[in-house]
Design a binder for this molecule. Sequence first.
Ligand code: NDP
Length: 250
Amino acid sequence: MLHHKNVVITGGSSGIGKAMAILFAAHGANIMILGTSEEKGKNAVEAIKQAAMSPKQCIEYRVCDVSNFISVENLFLQDIVKQFPIIDVLVNNAGITRDGFLIKMKEQDWDDVIAVNLKSIFNTTRVVVRAMMREKKGKIINISSIVGLVGNAGQTNYAAAKSGMIGFSKALAQEVARKNICVNCIAPGYIETAMTEVLSEDVQSALLQKIPMQRMGIPLDVAKVALFLASDLSDYVTGQVITVDGGMVL
Ligand code: NDP
């Protein structure tokens, strides 16, 4: 479904991003993943290569803090462009949480969450969409959260960032639709990754009771929807938010 497509996935070294990279590679895509930990990146590249359709596919990792505007611009314009003169699909997936009730939240925890989850998508998308506009095609997939739709006590920073991603995506979808570029969001519910591993057993069992499908999601659940949005099956779909949450938000 993604034969010869060039795909960049931020935060592709673990969890949901890694599952997307593995699935996309199995469908023939060339993959560039970005993250901050060199070791995690190297391990992920090995796993993605094993899943690839052919050894000729380009599967690479770059260290990059996507919240840093200059680092992102330099990386794309001076390095990634040599491997991928055209980027067919950009997945903005990198994200962090720094939870706490607002009255106790430190300014740094607010700033970090907004920078990594929200400012990052300005940094990457601004540089990539220009080339997509020249090519008159492209897919941009932003990984938001159901928390961006309905909020969650203890996550004002994260909810603001994830909600912001949805507004950004709808506005950009309108800007670039005539250039044949689709911009969509996925809003996952509770997915088993390092991010949710830290939740206590009590919190996890309380959450399970709110999920009609009675299980947490797995990264592949999200990756399959991302595959649809990355492929030509979704060529007439833009500005949408698809929840992948076992029916939590209806
Ligand atoms: P993980 O913690 O497993 O993965 C996060 C990824 O983001 C890692 O690859 C990490 O790489 C990367 N990353 C973090 N900070 C930066 C940075 N500054 N620059 C570049 N890369 C960075 O989390 P998930 O897989 O669970 O989350 C993926 C996305 O899905 C996030 O946006 C998250 O908010 C969203 N989401 C997750 C849900 C869940 O239940 N798990 C639910 C709803 C949304 P490294 O460590 O190398 O920096």
